[in-house]
Design a binder for this molecule. Structure first.
Ligand code: SME
Length: 166
């Protein structure tokens, strides 16, 4: 917790479960997931979900300025994280080859793949106006939140009201 950027990831994880655990609608849960994290993670100017549709990532629920709608797999920070199925943490977006600038205020970024039943369903993308905003501690906390989110979405007893990811 340094420089006013510390988030209480353990508390956020509890709040996330309380928000989504009993709700079967994936779109509603995704919207609340994004809203909770945007409020709870300091120094963030954009936070949202991109959903895998074929070979593209398509914009889903988000907080922040209107953003690029379609991102190709393998391109930019989101497409790279999606293709590798691994988190990509970028200290300075200007140094990342192929970075796709949606909000010019963004200086650092973290993208975490969202896996449903072991398959790529989309990514969570978080942008900060500060360089080097996201530490290894943030990465671990955000990955845990993403696992809680996808675990609830995967629950078979909650599937009735949703066919796709969101
Ligand atoms: N910067 C991302 C694009 C999405 S916006 O940041 C919302 C990228 O390079 O994939």
């Amino acid at each position: 917790m340094t420089g006013g950027t510390g988030a209480d990831y353990s508390l956020l994880d509890k709040q996330l479960l309380a928000l989504i655990a009993d709700e079967p609608d994936r779109l509603a849960n995704t919207a609340n997931f994004v809203g909770l994290l945007y409020e709870g993670i300091p120094a963030v100017n954009w936070l949202g979900v991109y959903v895998l549709r074929g070979r593209e990532l398509v914009l889903g629920p988000f907080q922040g300025r209107p953003a690029c709608v379609r991102l190709p797999l393998g391109k930019g920070v989101c497409g790279t994280a999606a293709e590798r199925m691994q988190t990509v943490r970028v200290a300075d977006v200007h140094e990342f080859p192929g970075h796709i600038a949606c909000d010019p205020a963004s200086r650092s970024e973290i993208v975490v793949p969202l896996l449903l039943d072991g398959k790529l369903a989309g990514v969570l993308d978080i942008d900060s106006p500060r360089t080097e905003r996201f530490t290894v501690h943030d990465q671990r906390g955000i990955e845990t939140l993403c696992r809680t989110f996808t675990r609830v979405l995967s629950r078979k007893d909650l599937r009735a009201e949703s066919s796709g990811f969101i």
